[in-house]
Design a protein around this ligand. Structure first.
Ligand SMILES: [Zn+2]
Length: 124
């Protein structure tokens, strides 16, 4: 049975979340400038070469989308910190294991519920 979060635990995970937030926003900024550069190169390139730049833009967009999704999850987790709900599974209300939160500080569910959610998604 996983123990309840102490205020010290929450403070530790909050610091992890803020670190992640900083890292993600730096990453997104970098991807944005890469995308802008690839757009400029696409504009200046010959018709034969434009395909390569389009691929570069698409690749940066995919990465940005992934980062933005994670960023949203991190923000939602920080809201849970503020509400005092951080560290509880949103499905079964049990405490999420510390090892899981250390790996994924923005996890919404415990590992058992996460597996169920993923099994549900796999069916669709
Ligand atoms: Zn759960």
């Amino acid at each position: 049975m996983t123990k309840k979060m102490t205020p010290a635990d929450v403070a530790k995970f909050k610091a992890l979340l803020l670190h992640l937030l900083q890292h993600l926003s730096d990453d997104i900024k970098e991807l944005e400038s890469e995308t802008a550069q690839a757009c400029r190169r696409a504009r200046d390139s010959s018709n034969e070469d434009v395909g390569e730049e389009v691929l570069a833009v698409e690749f940066s967009f995919d990465l940005m989308e992934r980062d933005e999704n994670t960023l949203r999850e991190v923000l939602a987790a920080l809201e849970r910190v503020a509400d005092g709900r951080y560290g509880r599974c949103q499905k079964c209300d049990h405490w999420i294991r510390r090892t899981r939160l250390t790996a994924i500080p923005h996890a919404r569910c415990c590992i058992d519920c996460q597996r169920l959610v993923e099994a549900e998604q796999a069916k669709i």
